[in-house]
Ligand binder design. Structure first.
Ligand code: ADP
Ligand code: X15
Length: 394
């Protein structure tokens, strides 16, 4: 990916800046349950304020599909942001139109406005050119700090970048720097841990990482497709039958490339998908035909922890088991703890793995927790991110 312009490449004093952030935070009953993404955008927002810009913040929240959904308004986010900034945030009820235009023209240097959820307009996700123009009309400069949405070619991430001088924000830069450097000049041994539910979603990542890493540790629901491909009985565990051939191909590719490809050697099996299920630990070649694997077993945990502790760089994406249920959380916990204890550089690829390290209280011990789940996955697949590609080249 080409090197992109940053905020230091443009004059910001007195300018209206349209700053795209990812404030898509989890909410329960109107309360923000994790404000990581809001905090992660503070350095950029504070920098813009210090530079005397007029800061117009834009974000999506959830997937309202082009309609106004009351529970997906950004009102609570605005209130919380004002507390974090210790400064008023003028949260608007719309994101485009005459009244918004009037408000932004009346802003003073250093003021902060938060537009309403941009996905209340159907054109946002369609990257509609007219809608992009309506957003661009509000400002003189575009700053993209929404790494979490950088894999989306939407009006506020891609379309607008073609209409205004477009540069990256500090969070965006940091994410690209950390992930980019890790993949381009990895410290070795370099280990990737891949878990989660679906092989389908991780094919591109596994394929791309096989060209880069020394070790791959596989866990979670997707491991059973590999285990089955090796000829073992997997009972009623998660299986993507049409991906077995591909799994075999990955095992072959690993051999050719000299990558140590680790699969679970034992698993925690359950007689049903439930927190109250009967469970037992079995070796990988002894899964009973009517039981399902829901976590990696103790031998695997130890083996994976050893590899992690002997690595200089570790990237983790996807839980090792159904960590939301205590009975199947030990594998994910063991990996999280090993990540916390290793002297190697640790990167968490967003999504469920980020939730897991927080759940096990080791978030602060990680070197980098990405604010993007899908975005970091696509980056690790070697794909171009439209929200980044559209920014001005250096
Ligand atoms: N053995 C398993 N069987 C079924 N589901 C699993 C298993 N292991 C993990 N999961 C589930 O996978 C989900 C996460 O999958 P995924 O979305 O692919 O990960 P991520 O969000 O990290 O990319 C979790 O909700 C977890 O409960
Ligand atoms: O939460 C997000 O994605 P993620 O859960 O993959 O990190 C981003 O805000 C993007 O949201 P989207 O997947 O609805 O486009």
């Amino acid at each position: 990916m080409k090197v992109k312009q940053t905020m230091s490449d443009v004059a910001l004093q007195g300018k209206r800046v349209f700053c795209r952030v990812d404030f898509n935070v989890p909410m329960e009953d109107g309360i923000i349950t994790d404000d990581t993404r809001i905090r992660a955008a503070l350095p950029t927002i504070n920098y813009l304020i210090e530079q005397g810009a007029k800061v117009i913040l834009a974000s999506h929240m959830g997937r309202p599909k082009g309609e106004v959904k009351e529970d997906l308004r950004l009102t609570k986010v605005g209130e919380h942001l004002a507390k974090l900034l210790d400064k008023p945030v003028n949260k608007l009820e719309e994101s485009i139109g005459e009244s918004v235009e009037k408000t932004v023209l009346e802003m003073n240097d250093g003021d902060v406005v938060l537009l309403e959820n941009v996905r209340f307009h159907a054109g946002e996700e369609k990257n509609d050119a007219e809608l992009a123009k309506s957003f661009a009309k509000l400002a003189e400069i575009f700053v993209n700090d929404a790494f979490g949405a950088a894999h989306r070619a939407h009006a506020t991430t891609e379309g607008i970048a073609k209409l205004l001088p477009a540069v990256s924000g500090l969070l965006m830069q940091k994410e690209l720097d950390v992930l980019g450097k890790a993949l381009a000049e990895p410290e070795r041994p370099f280990t990737a841990i891949i878990g989660g539910a679906k092989v389908k979603d991780k094919i591109g990542v596994i394929d791309h990482l096989l060209d880069k890493v020394d070790n791959i540790l596989i866990g979670g629901g997707l491991s059973y497709t590999f285990t089955k491909a090796q000829g073992h009985e997997i009972g009623t565990s998660l299986l993507e039958e049409d991906k077995m051939e591909l799994a075999r191909g990955f095992l072959e590719k690993a051999k050719e490339k000299g990558v140590s490809f680790h699969l679970p050697v034992d698993v925690v099996v359950a007689d049903e998908f439930s927190k109250d299920a009967n469970t037992k630990v079995v070796d990988i070649d002894a899964i009973p035909s009517d039981w399902m694997g829901l976590d990696i077993g103790p031998k695997t945990r130890e083996l994976y922890a050893d590899v992690i502790k002997n690595s200089k760089l570790i990237i983790w994406n996807g839980p090792m088991g159904v960590f939301e249920m205590d009975a199947f959380a030990e594998g994910t916990k063991a990996v999280a703890n090993a990540m916390a204890e290793t002297a190697g550089y640790t990167i968490i690829g967003g999504g469920d793995s980020a939730a897991a390290v927080e759940k096990f209280n080791v978030g602060e011990k990680m070197d980098h927790i990405s604010t993007g789940g899908g975005a970091s996955l696509e980056f690790m697949e070697g794909k171009d991110l439209p929200g980044v590609s559209a920014l001005n080249d250096k």
